[in-house]
Design a protein around this ligand. Structure first.
Ligand code: NAD
Length: 302
């Protein structure tokens, strides 16, 4: 039985050192955890304090001898391979260990992995996050969870060292991912809307930055309209925080979910096509702000 005071929690496995994984791993180290890290590009581990991390060559090695493993990989198939593959987490992970899965993936994958963990005698907690890499670095992520209650208790102090708030969405492993995908759909739709409105202003000879400042401080006084509004209005596309190809992945999941639930979402088709078009033009590795905003600007000939 694992309790949240179990000393072995001081060592955590961590897989996926991308734009989000690196600042999250750094925060775990500052909170006093030691990490066993695995990343496809091993050299990324060099960004972490050498005394606080052990570099592993496979996901199985990162999961060996710990009772918490965190994953922050890009997408469903890559996460499945890291859990179920020949050199996957389940080959070595402790009985009763908790896998805290923080990527944005489909609820179907969360449920499949949750079942695989139960069969292996371990546990799966869905814990996808809202917030870009700068928010991750500032421990300002919003974290949504779903899974069994004991896993949530065990994960709580770890998640608290990564974010500013934890919100629970039930026992079904897929619940938190439905919320995450719904949220990214809302952000995408808001980005498309802002890009269209500010481009309309620009084409009428107005300063799009001033228009965004007006809306962000009055009628649309909320973080998405302020933060994304500033980037879109200023056509500020660097640094790349969240890649267009990953945004496209989220739009695909939202599209599939709307079909599975027979819950029509006409706006999903618009944002799905917007990011499909960005990826088709070779902009997959640009920030999704560029994928949306530059696409709208090009359509308008500006
Ligand atoms: P990233 O592209 O920067 O990193 C992806 C990670 O997956 C890296 O560790 C990479 O090595 C690994 N990976 C990719 N392809 C692989 C492969 N074929 N085999 C093995 N490993 C592979 O992505 P990110 O921005 O850090 O996002 C990680 C997850 O978090 C995604 O699910 C994303 O949707 C989600 N997310 C991102 C943000 C953001 O702002 N960047 C915010 C919230 C959630």
């Amino acid at each position: 039985m694992i309790t949240s005071t179990n000393k072995t929690h001081n060592k955590i496995g961590f897989i996926g050192l991308g734009n989000m994984g690196v600042p999250m791993a750094k925060n775990l180290i500052s909170a006093g955890y030691r990490l066993q890290v695995y990343n496809r590009t091993i050299s990324k581990a060099g960004e972490l304090d050498a005394a606080s991390r052990t570099v592993c060559q496979t996901p199985a090695a990162a999961a060996n001898g710990v009772d918490i493993i965190i994953t922050m990989l890009s997408e469903d198939e890559i996460l499945k391979e890291a859990v179920l593959g020949e050199e996957g987490i389940l080959k070595t992970f402790a009985k009763n260990g908790v896998h805290i899965s923080m990527s944005t993936i489909s609820p179907d994958t969360a449920q499949l992995l949750s079942k695989a963990h139960v069969t292996a005698g371990s546990r799966y907690l869905a814990a996808p996050v809202f917030g870009r890499p700068d928010a991750a670095a500032a421990k300002k992520l919003w974290i949504c969870t779903s899974g069994d209650e004991q896993s949530k208790e065990i994960a709580k102090p770890i998640l608290e060292s990564l974010g500013q708030g934890i919100f629970d969405f039930g026992e079904d492993a897929g619940g938190a991912n439905v919320v995450k995908v719904a949220g990214n759909f809302m952000i995408l739709a808001s980005m498309e809307m802002m890009a269209e409105a500010y481009t309309l202003a620009e084409k009428n000879g107005l300063d799009r930055t001033k228009v965004a400042e007006f809306f962000g401080s009055t009628l649309f006084n909320a973080p998405i309209f302020q933060n994304y509004g500033k980037l879109i209005a200023g056509k500020q596309y660097q640094p790349v925080g969240f890649k267009s190809k990953l945004g496209y992945k989220d739009a695909r999941i939202a599209f599939k979910l709307s079909q599975q639930a027979e819950s029509p979402m006409p706006i999903v088709s618009i944002v799905h096509n917007r990011l499909l078009s960005a990826v088709a033009k070779g902009w997959g590795d640009t920030d999704w702000v560029e994928g949306v905003s530059r696409g709208v600007s090009e359509d308008a000939g500006v």
